[in-house]
Design a protein around this ligand. Structure first.
Ligand code: SF4
Length: 174
């Protein structure tokens, strides 16, 4: 597909990411969503179902519909493989809107809900009886959040063609 990019691209960025890394990144994301859902389960089973559904929709539908059509990796294998998924469910869009509220800027706001819900539940756990399983869930969830948004994201972003434009770049945020 021949698309003109009207944003400055990272010359050191990869044309496409390796499949093994994409699989690992998706496993990390899915396991983080499942841990968040388990957290919700301890509150109300319905919260677990809603959290899981919302998490999957945000990552695998909203993101590929909003941000990816304006991205260099539309129809290519990006770090999460969402560029390819995006080409299956949406048409390409103008890259100049990548860093806008109809693109990448809205994603952290929506994603924030996925972070805030478990955090709010963990605060209520402080006042409840000690439960080792809950401690394990908190530790794993927080570790994956920090690891996924730190080491993994930094590496992914440093190899990304959109790094200069992306408001979510870990290289800018840290
Ligand atoms: S790098 Fe980000 S915005 Fe671009 S296709 Fe991949 S997930 Fe979508």
């Amino acid at each position: 597909m021949n698309i003109t990019y009207r944003v400055k691209l990272n010359e050191n960025g990869l044309e496409e990411y390796q499949k093994s890394g994409i699989i690992l990144n998706n496993l990390l994301m899915l396991s983080w969503i499942i841990l968040g859902s388990l957290t919700g389960w301890y509150f109300r089973p319905l919260v677990a179902v809603l959290y899981f559904s919302f998490g999957v929709i945000v990552v695998y539908v909203m993101h590929p519909k909003l941000a990816c059509p304006k991205c260099y990796y539309y129809d290519k294998w990006c770090g999460m493989g969402l560029g390819r998924l995006s080409a299956l469910i949406s048409k390409p869009s103008d890259s100049k809107y990548f860093n806008s509220f109809s693109g990448m800027l809205v994603i952290p706001l929506i994603f924030g809900i996925l972070v805030l819900i478990p955090l709010a539940i963990y605060i209520t756990w402080i006042f409840q009886e000690f439960n080792p399983i809950k401690i394990i869930i908190v530790v794993l969830w927080l570790s994956e959040l920090v690891y996924g948004n730190g080491i993994v994201k930094k590496k992914k972003c440093s190899l990304c063609k959109m790094e200069i434009t992306c408001p979510e770049s870990a290289l800018k945020l840290t």
